[in-house]
Ligand binder design. Structure first.
Ligand code: PNS
Length: 189
């Protein structure tokens, strides 16, 4: 049974329509993305469905210890997310809450794969809330197939010559092996 709600009108337009156009939710999906994995892409796809705009933001602070430069990671992410028109890829420096304020974002998207992620994520979310109580952290789960996947484990498998088929985009696989100087794994006989 559907209820018919009385419309409130303002200058010839139902107020519900005005609200719909006014409330644009911009979310930031921050991370290191060193390198981009299919787990990240899965989360980006889910985020792009529920937010009006999703800004994927690479942290610049930790560039020194990274395998790929920020520019290389920007390129990886732009190549991987081109099909979603409401997804933008940028880098940022300093505090996430400051960057979110500059971008007009009201939410931070983070992925939780397994229970062990929760403690670290909760600590960050609480700290971000302390720094800016208006910024909400939204947790989403990637597909179960990516629940064990992380950039760290991807770097390790690549460095030891293991297969990353289905875990990272093919172009990232090629870049990883080139950077680590490792030959692609032999096809199973
Ligand atoms: O992919 P990562 O490395 O888990 O992402 C961590 C990231 C970038 C989200 C986090 O380190 C961050 O937001 N750094 C920015 C500095 C900041 O605001 N720190 C306070 C949050 S607790």
């Amino acid at each position: 049974m559907s209820a018919v709600l009385p419309a409130t009108w303002l200058r010839g337009t139902p107020v519900c329509f005005l609200r719909g156009t006014l409330k644009r939710v911009i979310a930031i999906y921050p991370g290191s993305f060193d390198p981009l994995t299919n787990g990240h892409l899965d989360l980006i796809q889910r985020g792009a469905k529920i937010f009006d705009e999703l800004v994927v933001a690479i942290l610049r602070n930790s560039e020194k210890n990274a395998l790929f430069t920020v520019d290389e990671r920007l390129e990886m992410l732009r190549a991987g997310t081109g099909q979603w028109s409401n997804v933008r890829v940028e880098s940022f420096e300093g505090l996430l809450v400051d960057y979110a304020r500059i971008r007009g974002a009201s939410a931070v998207l983070r992925g939780i794969r397994v229970v062990s992620d929760y403690e670290y994520e909760l600590q960050m979310a609480w700290m971000n809330r302390k720094l800016d109580p208006t910024l909400e952290t939204i947790f989403m789960m990637p597909a179960g197939a990516y629940s064990y996947l992380s950039s760290r484990i991807v770097r390790e498998i690549a460095s030891l010559g293991g297969s990353l088929a289905g875990l990272v985009p093919a172009s990232v696989d090629v870049q990883l092996r080139a950077r680590l100087g490792v030959a692609p794994p032999l096809a199973p006989k």
